[in-house]
Design a protein around this ligand. Structure first.
Ligand code: RIB
Ligand code: CA
Length: 308
């Protein structure tokens, strides 16, 4: 079994990625840790708990983490995923209880108790991971691998012309993580644009699976669909977190290139940009495996199996 921790800011694409993880038979998910990002923290926690219940995975503990970025106010993406993060379709998303204890304490404890064994999958801003690293830098080397949805391998962003949301939301936290020498596979928004867009035909294929999970996976994407239509003039939506989860489940589906990644912090035009340095221009730095191509066929195979 593969020991896994998933860190998420649970909105409509995160929820589908969580279903993929909860249904992955080789995953022993030690914890889901929640961070503010797409939606305020409490909503992200409730969304994770709701998704867990949908998958009969109540044995997996869900921990509450940071309610805001480490050095700035929270700026959510509720305009993208809905006020409740799951498309505002009236789901009963209140009243479920997370595990006792803080997400950051849990990350530090579990990684120290399982050195070299834990695969970390991050689907949101990196606030929890950064604080864990600031408190115990040794965990960078004790994590077996980190598969991250974040950044952009071609410098084209989604929340700004240059930055992807998870990095933009808390760029200072992202800098801590990228500078920590943790082994990272970075699945950027560019990989998502290449491999993770769903049109009406794809949507119909998923609905034809005929399960409650498949119905849920589509029903919660309404706000995202509208946003994507406006941003890319595309009638459908993208699922960056599920793409990243597929890479975590089966790394062989992802071609990567080792590059140094530098994060721009602060509030300038470049806020949250991930500079991909393949020639050591900015000096020596631990390389990150940057996704340059994800096999869409394999991604869909993993996704459809989880939703079936
Ligand atoms: O930019 C896409 C990322 O930001 C995804 O993880 C999405 O859920 C949001 O968190
Ligand atoms: Ca996310």
């Amino acid at each position: 079994m593969r020991k896994v921790i998933i860190d998420t800011d649970t909105a409509s694409d995160d929820a589908v990625a969580l279903i993929m993880a909860f249904m992955e038979k080789d995953f022993d998910i030690l914890a889901v840790t929640v961070v503010a990002g797409n939606v305020p923290l409490d909503m992200a926690v409730q969304n994770a708990l709701y998704t867990r219940e949908l998958c009969d995975a109540d044995h997996i503990p869900v921990y509450t983490g940071l309610a805001k970025p480490i050095l700035r106010e929270l700026e959510t993406a509720q305009n993208v995923h809905g006020c409740d993060g799951l498309g505002d379709i009236g789901l009963p998303l209140k009243g479920r209880s997370p595990a006792e204890g803080h997400a950051v304490d849990t990350l530090i404890q579990l990684i120290n108790q399982n050195p070299g064994e834990i695969e970390l999958i991050t689907l949101g801003p990196l606030s929890n991971i950064a604080v864990a690293l600031l408190r115990d830098p040794s965990i960078a080397r004790k994590v077996k691998h980190c598969t991250m949805m974040g950044g952009s391998g071609n410098h084209i962003g989604n929340v700004s012309p240059l930055a992807e949301f998870n990095i933009w939301a808390d760029p200072e936290a992202a800098k801590v993580v990228f500078d920590s020498s943790m082994p990272i596979t970075m699945v950027g928004i560019d990989a998502n644009v290449r491999s993770a867009f769903f049109d009406q035909q794809d949507i119909d294929t998923i609905l034809a699976l005929g399960t409650a999970k498949a119905q849920f996976a589509i029903n919660i994407q309404g706000t995202l669909n509208k946003y994507i239509q406006g941003l890319y003039n595309f009638n459908g939506f993208d699922l960056p977190d599920p793409l990243t989860m597929a890479v975590a489940i089966d790394p062989s589906c992802c071609k990567t290139e080792a590059c140094a990644v530098h994060v721009i912090i602060g509030d300038g035009l470049g806020r949250g940009m991930t500079i991909i340095d393949k020639i050591g221009y900015y000096g020596e730095k631990n390389p990150v495996d940057v996704a340059i191509d994800v096999d869409r066929k394999r991604f869909l195979e993993i996704l459809y199996k989880a939703l079936s």
